[in-house]
Design a protein around this ligand. Sequence first.
Ligand code: ASP
Length: 346
Amino acid sequence: MNRRQLVKTLSLSGMTFSFFKTGWASNLKSTSKPIVLSTWYNQREANIDAWSILSKNGKALDAVEKGVMNAENDITNCCVGLGGNPDRTGIVTLDACIMNEKFEIGAVGALERIKHPISVARAVMEKSPHVMLVGAGAQEFALAQGFTLEDGKLSDHATKAFEEWKKRNEFDHKNVEKKKVEFITKPDREQEKSKSMKVDEFNHDTIGMLALDSFGNLSGACTTSGMGFKMRGRLGDSPIIGAGLYVDNEVGAATATGHGEEVIRICGSHLVVEFMRQGLSPELACKKAVERILKSTPRKLEDLQIGFIALNKHGEFGSYALQKGFDFAVKSEELDNKKFDSKFLM
Ligand code: ASP
């Protein structure tokens, strides 16, 4: 009997789910609830802040917001919050989204000079009639909600990284500095696409966090300064519900880091959750999403890195990445912010 026939037989006998839960997923990692996990081990402190809420029977939503705020506060972080790398006009623009156990969602894109985009995303969810605000409108909304306008100065490391980036790129920086406008023409874009960009050139360090609280409810948050030195106006996957983050309280939750264009192309986090709904373990669900990227991307694979993490309703978790080097941290009663190195395809 091949795998498809086996699945069919098991579905007919109503056994699919329990089989996958126990047998198929030999790669299963699980722990008791509450549990929190987040992308990139070097940002593991964020889990501690989330745990301070979860361990006191707090809500997963509050935990993920507080958790990722830790990364947003870290001015030395290359890729989250106002200390992050700017776009190629030298301006830091922040993207974030949040989702709870009731399919409630909120997101902000290209938000400037606000320290905690994740909290603005939550305010969009709870206090606006919409689910996503971007650019100047998002900033106006944040100010109206009492958030403070920061000075917009680049952090020391971002200033340095930007100077370095300008040296290595052939674009007309004088022009861009003067006009502060988008300047990439189509030929430039094509040229850039075919240029070999090393995987770590953009320092993928977006934080995506998933939590299951002691009531058995799931929530997730994702926040980033996006791809370093991106074109002005570019949005990645991180503020897009279904791409950078998805939560279905009956099934599980997933979040992504890496080249956002490729995650958007396959509705990555939603896809991972749907694979878990079909009975796959979190790790296999992430692996299948990475395989989908392999099929769909027009880019050279060696130029890409994508990592997914996922958590199901039972506290089972897993991850998968396109390339070596992706890791994540898990905190629960049994796991003391433990590091997991993700498996990878290439
Ligand atoms: N996913 C983020 C984006 O595309 C970047 C990252 O995770 O490094 O904006």
